[in-house]
Structure formats: structure tokens, C-alpha cells
Design a protein around this ligand. Structure first.
Ligand SMILES: O=C(O)[C@H](O)[C@@H](O)[C@H](O)[C@H](O)COP(=O)(O)O
Length: 254
């Protein structure tokens, strides 16, 4: 399902409300809400809204557990850290204990970071399937999501839930969860905004299936729901998903 918002701000508000609503629902059902966060620029405004009223006090923070879909292999203090971004945006402003924040560790090697995170994930899900209640994902201009990049070995990882990502000498090592882990989730929401994403969004949503070229197409929840929250700029090349009717703050397109 694709939901088109007139402005990026409306998309951010909707994503933050989705987080709060899902947290309330899952906390009520079983006292726990596990979210897998994305990095990059797009989710920042959504995260900042979670750290401010009115949403801040609507989230049952004592039931929340935060994980990340990917991380750059840098310390949390590094400005490029996805965890660091989320801490600055909202985690430092809400009542979460360190036991509820499961960052991807910066270990002696990317492989060790991935191994430790894999253990953390398996410990948290305690022998059950890794069924996140909510996964936020972004879409890169090359069709990547999390740190699942076109043609990368991580796309073929079948055993581990988290693995190291080597791209080139020039690029930072990363750690990513696998598409298989993402696809166990109850609800996956892509957040995509900006004119520069229009072409890749149309290719991913309406083009040929090219799983190695467009890793975002690997995201197909086994039982869960898949949402695309996009702004009008990013949606402008979509043909099957009509661009927003200005009279509505959001249009749900099945
Ligand atoms: O570590 C990261 O950078 C992200 O997890 C990555 O997958 C991101 O979501 C996309 O690259 C989109 O990034 P923007 O939101 O900055 O366009």
C-alpha cells in the first residue's frame, strides 16, 4: 500500500503517529514493542517528533525496545552513526533505559560487530522468529535499503540475521540485517521523500523485479504488512499510484 503525502512534514507526522500507535497496541497486547529503525536523513524529523509533545507522552516507553536495521561501522559518537542520530533526535529525550536500546556494536571488526548484533537479536527473540512489530526503512537512490546494496554479498546471506557489508575502499564498512529478517516483521514502513527519489521509487514499485539490482524489492513481509509512506515529490513519476489529491491530507492507495 502506497500513501502519498502532500508535504514531507505530513509524512514525518504520519510515521511518528504510526510508531506511537503500534507501540500502544503491542504494549497492550503483550507488554512489549520492538522496532527496527532506519538511518539516513529521511526519518530524522519523524524521530524528533517522538521526542517532543504531544507524541512523547503518548508512547508507552517502558515497553519499547529499539534496534537498527543497519549501521555504519563507526562509534556511536561519530556523526555518521545511525544510532547517534536517533539518540540526538529522540532517545535522549525519552525515558528509555540502556537495556531497551540495542545498538549495533562498534567492535574490533565489522564481522565481529555483526556477530555480536546477531547474538543480541537471537537473545532478544529467545529462540522465536525475529518478528519486529515495526520496521522503518529508507530507499537509497541506487535501490538499496538498510545496508543491502545492489550486487552485495549481504543479499545472499541465508544463515545470519546480521552481517558485515564491504563495498569498496572508499566506502565505510557497514553492518546490516538481512532481508529475511526484515520480512519476518508484522509491519514494514518505507519512508521516502524528495524529488531525487522519484525515479528509483517508480523503478522499485512499478518496474521489473530486479532483486539484485534493486534490493528494496526483496522486502516482502511473509505475513506482515508493507507500507510505503511517500511525499508528493517522490511520488511524481508513479503511474499506477495517482499523486495526492490536494484536498486530502493523505490518500491511501491499496
Ligand atoms: O544507513 C543508512 O544510510 C540507511 O539506513 C539507508 O538505508 C537509508 O535509509 C537510505 O540510504 C536512504 O537515506 P536518506 O533517507 O538519507 O535518503
Amino acid at each position: 500500500m502506497v500513501i502519498v503525502y502532500e508535504e514531507r512534514e505530513a509524512l514525518s507526522h504520519a510515521a511518528a503517529r504510526l510508531f506511537a500507535d503500534q507501540a500502544l497496541q503491542r504494549a497492550g497486547e503483550r507488554g512489549r514493542f520492538a522496532a527496527l529503525l532506519s538511518g539516513g536523513e529521511t526519518p530524522q524529523e519523524c524521530f524528533e517528533l517522538l521526542g517532543r509533545e504531544p507524541l512523547r507522552s503518548s508512547v508507552p516507553w517502558d515497553a519499547v525496545h529499539l534496534f537498527w536495521g543497519d549501521e555504519r561501522w563507526v562509534p556511536v559518537s561519530d556523526p555518521r552513526s545511525n544510532q547517534g542520530m536517533a539518540r540526538r533526535a529522540f532517545i535522549d529525550q525519552v525515558p528509555l533505559s540502556e537495556e531497551q536500546v540495542h545498538g549495533i556494536p562498534f567492535a574490533d571488526s565489522p564481522r565481529e560487530s555483526a556477530a555480536r548484533y546477531d547474538r543480541e537479536l537471537r537473545g532478544f527473540f529467545d529462540g522465536e522468529a525475529p518478528r519486529f512489530d515495526l520496521v522503518f526503512l529508507g530507499l537509497g537512490p541506487d535501490g538499496h535499503t538498510a545496508s543491502l546494496f545492489p550486487g552485495n554479498a549481504a543479499l545472499n546471506e541465508r544463515n545470519r540475521w546480521a552481517c558485515e557489508v564491504y563495498r569498496s575502499e572508499r566506502e565505510l564498512y557497514r553492518v546490516t540485517v538481512t532481508a529475511e529478517l526484515i520480512n519476518q516483521a508484522a509491519l514494514v514502513a518505507f519512508l521516502v521523500a524528495g524529488r531525487e527519489k522519484a525515479e528509483i521509487l517508480a523503478r522499485v514499485l512499478e518496474g521489473e523485479r530486479e532483486l539484485d539490482e534493486l534490493p528494496a524489492q526483496l522486502v516482502r513481509p511473509v505475513q506482515g504488512k508493507l507500507l510505503w509512506l511517500v511525499d508528493r515529490e517522490a511520488a511524481r513519476l508513479l503511474s499506477r499510484h495517482p499523486v495526492l489529491d490536494r484536498s486530502a491530507p493523505e490518500k491511501v492507495i491499496p
